[in-house]
Ligand binder design. Structure first.
Ligand SMILES: [Fe+2]
Length: 203
C-alpha cells in the first residue's frame, strides 16, 4: 500500500471561523460589536474577549496585550478593510439600520452591489463592518450572478444609496425587489457620493 499520488484530488477546505483584532479599547469594542451585530461575549476578560452571534464559540475576538501602538494612516494602509454580517431578510436589515441610526451609529458607505445591499460602518478603532442582505436570498444564485453576470463584470461597486430613502420606500409599501431594482437604477442616490471606498480617518 502507498499514499494516493493522484494530482487533482479535491482540497478538503476548512470552514471560515473567526477574525481577531488587536485593540486599545477592549470594552468599547465589545460594546460596539454587541450593539451593531448582536455579538455577545462568550468570555470577556481584562485583556481579551471572544464574541459570537451564532452557534460558534466565537466569531470575533479582541486581544489587548501591552505594547500596542496606534496605526499610522489606517485608511491608506493595507490589511483588513471590513468584516461582514448578513441578514436573511430585508426587513431585518433595514430595521437594524433604523435601530442603529436612532442610537447615533451611521454607515460611512452604502452600496447596492447587485448580489447584496450593504451598509458599511466603522468600529471605534476604524475597522470596517459591513451589514448586508443578499438580494437573491439564496447563496447559490447569488454566487452564480457574481461569477457569471455581465452586470457584475462591468461594475463591481454598484449603486450608492441613501438609506433614509430606502426606509421611506419601505414604509410606502415597496417590496424588497422593487427597492433593489430602483436602487440599481439610481433612484435613491445620496446627496453626497463618497469619493472612494476607503475607511474613515479615525487614526
Ligand atoms: Fe464585503
Amino acid at each position: 500500500m502507498s499514499a494516493n499520488r493522484a494530482p487533482n484530488r479535491p482540497i478538503v477546505a476548512p470552514r471560515f471561523h473567526h477574525t481577531t483584532f488587536t485593540t486599545l479599547h477592549l470594552d468599547e469594542m465589545v460594546e460596539w460589536y454587541s450593539k451593531v451585530a448582536g455579538l455577545t461575549p462568550v468570555y470577556h476578560g481584562e485583556s481579551a474577549a471572544w464574541l459570537t452571534n451564532d452557534e460558534a464559540n466565537h466569531r470575533i475576538a479582541f486581544l489587548s496585550p501591552p505594547g500596542l501602538k496606534l496605526p499610522v494612516d489606517k485608511p491608506h494602509t493595507i490589511g483588513l478593510h471590513h468584516t461582514a454580517f448578513e441578514y436573511a431578510d430585508f426587513e431585518l436589515w433595514i430595521n437594524n439600520y433604523v435601530r442603529l441610526r436612532n442610537s447615533g451609529i451611521l454607515p460611512f458607505l452604502t452600496l447596492d452591489h447587485g448580489m447584496t445591499m450593504s451598509l458599511y460602518y466603522a468600529d471605534p478603532e476604524g475597522n470596517g463592518v459591513e451589514i448586508q442582505v443578499d438580494t437573491f436570498g439564496d447563496w447559490s444564485t447569488s454566487k452564480e450572478w457574481m461569477s457569471a453576470s455581465l452586470e457584475f463584470a462591468s461594475d463591481q461597486l454598484g449603486a450608492y444609496f441613501d438609506p433614509e430613502k430606502l426606509v421611506a420606500a419601505h414604509e410606502a409599501g415597496l417590496t424588497f425587489a422593487e427597492i433593489h431594482e430602483r436602487t440599481r437604477a439610481g433612484e435613491y442616490v445620496p446627496e453626497v457620493i463618497p469619493s472612494d471606498i476607503l475607511l474613515p480617518e479615525i487614526y
